[in-house]
Design a protein around this ligand. Structure first.
Ligand SMILES: [Zn+2]
Length: 136
């Protein structure tokens, strides 16, 4: 693909070692970037996330609230908490992450491809760290 001539980024994939092995067999990734975020921060981010029923736009009541509580700025739709952002689901997601995804940190580390970026902070701060880490 011409738009991938300079390189490509897969966001949120692979999530398991079998997926990483499958990817490796078709295209070798130069680097894997781990955004390091403490569990408490993950829980805070997800439990404050709201999604519009109308258009799917995402808000965060702590850091990026809508102008009017519970109402989408873009379409006036109702904002709700996704089932998998509820606290019990977040716990399960973190457990799955530890079992299935966290082992990739070692997997890529052993292959000399792992970059770890501090993922805590404002999006533009995290982006700046990411760009620095990949040498952009
Ligand atoms: Zn909306």
């Amino acid at each position: 693909m011409p738009d991938a001539a300079k390189g490509w980024i897969l966001d949120g994939f692979p999530r398991t070692i079998p997926q990483a092995e499958a990817l490796q067999s078709i295209a070798s990734a130069d680097r894997a970037v781990n955004f390091d975020v403490a569990d408490s921060v993950v829980v805070g981010r997800l439990s404050t996330r709201r999604v519009c029923r109308g258009c799917g736009k995402t808000y965060n009541v702590a850091t990026m609230p809508p102008r009017k509580a519970g109402v989408c700025d873009a379409c006036g739709g109702e904002l709700y908490t996704r089932d998998d952002d509820k606290e019990s689901s977040i716990k399960t997601r973190l457990e799955n992450y530890r079992k299935q995804t966290a082992p990739l940190i070692d997997w890529y580390g052993k292959r000399g491809k792992l970059l770890t970026v501090d993922g805590v902070g404002a999006p533009e701060e995290v982006l700046a760290r990411f760009e620095k880490a990949i040498g952009k």
